[in-house]
Design a protein around this ligand. Structure first.
Ligand code: ADP
Ligand code: MG
Length: 139
């Protein structure tokens, strides 16, 4: 499918978009959330996690410090922002997670292309104004 672009004008709209995108994801998928700090990656992840029925939005937080959040056996949310070296990422056991029949959302995963499985889906997020975001899916 060609890339699809959406515009959102608030945090709530991005969460709602995430919920609807959840319905388009295969039950097994690695999804790279790509964009600068503040672009809305964690916000979109909240919506996707809610759309998958894995957790309530208020229970989804940024894994910046914990690196990996597991929302039940079928949804993972990973943030590699704090890691600089491939060898650090290699200690996380991501291969094991990638083998699961689960949706795996990853922030900053594109920085470690060698460790990301081929065929991963991508969502690009860009801030276009204070509260506006352009969100492009390659699926
Ligand atoms: P990231 O994980 O990419 O660093 P976050 O999702 O943690 O970004 O933060 C996005 C910030 O931008 C939040 O403070 C959110 O309230 C704000 N924001 C403003 N407008 C939007 C929008 N349209 N979509 C998503 N977040 C928005
Ligand atoms: Mg984040």
């Amino acid at each position: 499918m060609p890339a699809q672009t959406y515009l959102t004008r608030s945090e709530e709209e991005t969460i709602a978009l995430g919920e609807s995108l959840a319905g388009r994801l295969p039950s097994r998928a690695v999804v790279l959330l790509i964009g600068n700090l503040g672009a809305g990656k964690t916000t979109l992840a909240k919506g996707i996690v809610r759309g998958l029925g894995a957790a309530r939005t208020e229970d989804v937080s940024s894994p910046t410090f914990t690196l990996i959040h597991e929302y039940g056996p079928k949804v993972y949310h990973i943030d590699l922002y704090r890691l600089d070296e491939e060898r650090e990422v290699e200690t996380l056991g991501l291969e094991e997670i990638f083998e699961k029949n689960a949706v795996v959302l990853i922030e900053w995963g594109e920085r470690f292309p060698r460790l990301i499985p081929p065929g991963s889906l991508e969502i690009q997020l860009e801030q276009t104004a204070d509260d506006a975001r352009r969100i492009t899916c390659n699926f």
